[in-house]
Write a new protein. Structure first.
Length: 423
């Protein structure tokens, strides 16, 4: 049972069909005179337009690039904005590392912190935007990969635009779960990943205004990025070619566009209704597990994602027992959101310092963390009910912890094959 869909998703039937239909026609794109090259070029450029329109952007003003994933997309953008150490980027304590580290390397961070519920409000964002020096950009998540919390993007973007600040959204979690209209929400730049929306063929998307890419050197340089080259001069190509070095991942682009078409064609009404039911079911089941503490808000707009700890049971052991005894795949650790999780766990400066010291020493078995369960449209309500029952079994049978051992690398494995709960 896959309860780790916030990490990645398998290919959907629609995506597999699109890829299989395209593969016999695969060839290099642009500048090729052959029929296969012409077909591949057309499919690649069609994928760019499909992806741009899918998130409510206008192909006349915006373009879709296909980096490997959200992480690469945000690294590309941080470089292309030409930031310096004198520039400020406002971001939040909720962010995945992918929306922290690229900005931290390129500029100075001004962080909007979270309250005890792991959330922040528009007023906190406004306060950060009003500090001096004025920020160049606001980088904010569309939905938390830890708690599933969905910030009020429309109001946040409006506040940033009132102050002339570029709005960048990490949509890795949001795009697979919600219809996104960049124009309506006020999002300037959106990054997301194909592998989180049933298109695991190595392509993500960066939907960005053409004007931001019209000048300056690209993040990656090489074939396809230029009009002319000598040993003394380079004439860069226009967007999007300038930022599309080398042979692009045409198969990944076709897969991502197919996933976008599939989400659009299926419609959002039933999907959203089902995910709302999943959120309620998760709330109910987890509340009924003795000794379980939820991390973050359990109200407001949320995706079907939950992070928690069990009293007296290491997070790695919970995940291992769910896998070995109940056939459930979940995630444990800090979910590439260390600053956020340390706040949710209530760790103080001394504990955070110890966390970093243990990490430097390679003592992953000592690192703090939690368990995360994440669902999507393929998850059934019966799956959530089974999760609740499995967690209650784990809390009721602490003696089974003796069947597992933990290594210095943090992995928890059974000493002997663990008894599987009867189906």
């Amino acid at each position: 049972m896959d309860l780790d869909t916030a990490a990645t998703t398998p290919a959907s039937e629609a995506v597999l069909r699109a890829v299989q239909d395209f593969l016999p026609w695969y060839s290099s794109v642009h500048r090729g005179a052959g029929a296969k090259s012409q077909h591949s070029t057309a499919r690649y450029e069609q994928a760019q337009e499909t992806t741009t329109r899918f998130v409510g952007a206008d192909p006349a003003t915006h373009v879709a690039l296909f980096p490997r994933n959200t992480t690469e997309a945000l690294n590309l953008l941080a470089f292309r904005l030409g930031l310096t150490r004198d520039d400020v980027v406002v971001t939040t304590a909720v962010e995945h590392h992918s929306n922290l580290l690229p900005w931290r390397r390129a500029a100075r961070l001004r962080v909007v912190d979270v309250d005890r519920r792991g959330t922040f409000d528009v007023a906190a964002v406004e306060a950060a935007l009003d500090q001096r020096p004025a920020p160049r950009a606001l980088a904010v998540t569309g939905a938390s990969n830890v708690t599933g919390w969905v910030p009020d993007l429309r109001s946040i973007a409006a506040a940033a635009h009132e102050r002339g600040v570029l709005v960048v959204v990490d949509g890795a979690q949001l795009v697979p779960h919600r219809p996104v209209d960049m124009a309506a929400l006020g999002i300037d730049v959106l990054a997301f990943s194909g592998h989180k929306m049933h298109a695991p063929f190595g392509a993500g998307a960066l939907v960005v205004p053409r004007r931001l890419l019209a000048h300056g050197e690209p993040f990656l340089v090489g074939g396809g990025t230029v009009r002319a080259v000598s040993f003394d001069d380079v004439v860069w190509a226009d967007p999007p070619d300038r930022d599309d070095a080398g042979s692009p991942n045409v198969v990944g682009a076709v897969a991502l566009a197919a996933a976008a078409d599939d989400l659009r064609d299926r419609g959002w009404v039933d999907r959203l209704r089902h995910e709302e039911a999943l959120v309620r079911a998760l709330d109910g089941e987890l509340a009924a597990v003795p000794g379980l503490r939820r991390l973050g808000a359990v109200s407001g707009d949320r995706l079907p994602v939950a992070a928690f700890v069990l009293d007296g049971v290491p997070h790695g052991l919970v995940a291992a027992r769910l896998a070995q005894e109940h056939g459930m795949g979940v995630r444990n650790g800090c979910f590439c959101a260390h600053p956020y999780l340390t706040r949710l766990l209530g760790l103080g400066p001394v504990e955070v310092r110890r966390f970093h010291e243990d990490a430097r020493a390679g003592r992953h078995d000592r690192l703090p963390g939690a368990v995360r369960v994440s669902c999507n449209a393929t998850t059934s309500l019966a799956d959530v009910a089974a999760l609740g029952e499995a967690l209650r079994t784990i809390t009721a049978t602490p003696v089974r912890a003796r069947l597992y051992r933990q290594g210095r690398d943090g992995s928890v494995v059974p000493v002997v094959p663990a008894p599987r709960t009867p189906a």
